[in-house]
Design a binder for this molecule. Structure first.
Ligand code: GTP
Ligand code: MG
Length: 327
């Protein structure tokens, strides 16, 4: 399509004056392909990849931001509340009408949503269901797009994609084709995958990124108090890259987080999301999943504009469903 070619030529690295052929080559070798990647990875990574001074990489990053503003891909630095209010928010249906209502119409693009809860509460099922629905057209709750699934716990199941698709009357073969899976073997690998995701997102029309789970590797690798600050730092960087990817590539990002029982019930809530405050503070929206007999409860937590409320849903062959559809 001519228009997407136009867009990709306008996003070429060489449109930035300071990026000569040698610098462009080094950036490409380090996985930067377009102006979007400059903004996603930031000045420190640019300096590392090219050996340039940070002053210069900051300048390059600023130019990248201005170009993306001009193209209307990201918000300008100073905007009226009206334009923020009317900005286009696209959504992906979760498969349950009440869950969609809780989110204000479905999982939002250009935002990072965290879903946390104990084992078996449906986090992974939600991830699989969204992967099937994002492929559908708008009427069916999707965005006619593909999903990128970053699997850190080895719990991605192609069989579930098939059964969810079949249960909803969608072509299972096509559904499998439209989910790109990246298995992350450790936290460093998980970071590498996300740093190099830009070209994959562009080439494959990805509008949904799943990270299931965002914190498992960090929790396993960084044990004890002594390593806590390094863990938080690394997780913080990872989460910030996700936020910038969500914004610059206009995708919806869903991360899962398991909770541990907290020994001090002093603050009332006996469970706490792991990853400390890092994931909580970086996510745009947070959803807490709990059991309620055979059903599940989803609660919107700490949202700046959603009412703090809960809804009931259920897990079926078709993935996430409304509680009254449960069998
Ligand atoms: P952890 O990753 O262990 O923290 O758990 P999770 O929150 O990711 O749980 P997950 O999404 O894997 O949910 C597992 C639950 O989903 C099971 O206990 C079942 O209740 C339900 N489930 C999974 N597959 C099916 C299915 O095909 N049919 C039905 N009815 N339920 C299913
Ligand atoms: Mg899981």
């Amino acid at each position: 399509m001519a228009s997407s070619e136009d867009a990709s030529s306008r996003l070429a690295l060489s449109n930035i004056e300071e990026i000569g052929p040698a610098t462009e080559k080094r950036l490409k070798e380090a996985g930067f392909r377009s102006i979007r990647d400059l903004l996603v990875r930031g000045p420190v990574d640019i300096a590392e990849a090219t050996g340039m001074e940070t002053g210069e990489s900051v300048e390059i990053c600023n130019k990248a931001r201005l170009m993306l503003e001009e193209l209307g891909i990201i918000d300008k630095s100073f905007v009226t509340a009206t334009s923020l209010y009317s900005r286009r928010r696209e959504r992906i249906s979760t498969g349950s009408k009440s869950f969609d209502d809780l989110l204000g119409g479905g999982l939002e693009t250009k935002a990072v949503t965290e879903v946390y809860g104990e084992f078996g509460t449906g986090k992974t099922q939600l991830c699989h269901t969204l992967c099937v629905i994002v492929q559908q057209n708008k009427l069916a709750g999707g965005l006619d797009a593909r999903a990128l699934y970053i699997d850190t716990e080895n719990t991605f199941r192609p069989e579930r994609i098939v059964s969810i698709a079949e249960g909803r009357g969608f072509d299972p073969r096509r559904s499998l084709e439209n989910v790109i899976v990246a298995k992350a073997y450790n936290s460093a690998h998980q970071e590498l995958i996300i740093e190099e995701a830009g070209p994959v997102i562009e080439d494959n029309n990805i509008r949904l990124i799943i990270v299931d789970s965002a914190v498992a590797h960090y929790r396993a690798e960084f044990l004890g108090r002594a390593t806590l600050s390094e863990r938080q730092q690394r997780l913080n960087k990872f989460m910030h890259i996700l936020v910038r990817i969500a914004e610059t590539y206009e995708v919806a990002v869903l991360v899962t987080n398991q909770i541990q029982a907290s020994p001090d019930a002093y603050f009332g809530d006996t469970v706490r999301a792991t990853g400390g405050n890092v994931v909580a503070h970086t996510s745009t929206y947070r959803i807490h999943l709990k059991r309620s007999g055979k059903n599940r409860i989803a609660r919107m937590v700490d949202s700046p504009y959603h009412a703090e409320r809960e809804i009931l849903f259920t897990l079926t062959e078709r993935g996430i469903s409304d509680a009254n559809e449960g069998r």
